[in-house]
Design a binder for this molecule. Structure first.
Ligand code: SF4
Length: 305
């Protein structure tokens, strides 16, 4: 680490203590951001951490909907997002107005919304899910006549195949995960015949069909720690490779595609984390009326989780 980075880290840690803050980072964050975080995890793990922390300030190193989820769960805490431009393009593919229109076409449908959605969209939904619990959650809705799944059509498709449940799918997708192609997996399998292939369910169905395991990022981390195999082909955003290599130095992790980079996740840097702690801004605060309705959907998910 360069001297300037070491100074930055020192100053972040000092201010973090002074502000009684906790730093939460998603598995897709830059390596140096993961390294200074108190906790690194997937969306579900991070929302559970946010719900359970006794810190007064949460610095959320991830994208906007994740900071919103922390604000939904912890209205009394200050939730900071070091760069307000760190939004999720998939979450932006659906609006509350758009969802209300769709609900009119399917009155009575149960709306399951992926956590990658705005607080307003969560407020219009019956239950929230993450990629770690979506299958279990939809399984529990066996008595519901119709399910509308938003906004990720590929996660929705995967859940449908696992549960045998037909669902109405919103046509959203992750622009980063669709960069992983089935040809990438076929080529890498040829080059590494002993390797296992693990992919995230945001990948295209033809990529998912080629995988040995389909897991959330938290699931990929656990799989890597427990597997007997020495080589793993990893089909998700590249940031996770840092943590996989750090925690499993004796194993080899091969990205399914070098193109799978989420530019919004990479907007969070050591510099803007320090700035956010100095200025106590920008803050993400969900308006109370929306928060209460969104909270119901998130709480239903956490009960199942
Ligand atoms: S990786 Fe995809 S789903 Fe995740 S934040 Fe980036 S665009 Fe959104």
């Amino acid at each position: 680490m360069m001297d300037s980075d070491a100074r930055l880290v020192q100053e972040i840690l000092r201010l973090k203590q002074a502000r009684k803050a906790v730093i939460l980072a998603h598995n897709y964050q830059l390596g140096e951001v993961q390294d200074i975080a108190d906790f690194v995890g997937d969306s579900l793990e991070l929302s559970q951490k946010a719900a359970g922390t006794d810190a007064e300030v949460i610095v959320f190193c991830g994208v906007h909907f994740m900071a919103e989820t922390a604000s939904i769960l912890c209205p009394d805490k200050t939730v900071l997002l070091p760069d307000m431009h760190a939004g999720c393009p998939m979450a932006d593919m659906i609006t509350a107005d758009g969802l209300r229109e769709k609900k009119k076409e399917h009155p009575g449908a149960t709306v399951v919304c992926y956590i990658n959605s705005s607080a307003e969209v969560k407020a219009e939904s019956d239950v929230c899910c993450t990629s770690a619990n979506a299958v279990r959650l939809v399984d529990k809705l066996a008595d519901r006549k119709e399910i509308l799944f938003v906004p990720d059509q590929y996660l929705g498709h995967y859940v449908s195949t696992k549960t045998g449940r037909e669902m109405i799918l919103w046509p959203g997708f992750c622009p980063t995960h669709i960069r992983i192609k089935s040809q990438d997996i076929i080529r890498l399998r040829g080059e590494h015949p002993q390797a296992k292939v693990v992919v995230h369910p945001e990948c295209r169905p033809e990529v998912v069909a080629l995988a040995d395991e389909v897991l959330s990022t938290g699931g990929i981390i656990r799989f890597a720690a427990n597997t007997e195999v020495q080589e793993v082909i990893v089909g998700t955003e590249l940031g996770i490779i840092h943590r996989l290599r750090k925690e499993n130095p004796d194993k080899r992790f091969i990205p399914a595609s070098e193109q799978a980079v989420c530019p919004r996740m990479k907007l969070i840097t050591l510099e803007n984390i320090l700035w956010t702690l100095e200025e106590m801004a920008p803050e993400v605060k969900v308006p109370e009326e929306i928060r209460l309705r969104a909270r119901t959907a998130v709480d239903r998910m956490l009960e199942v989780a």
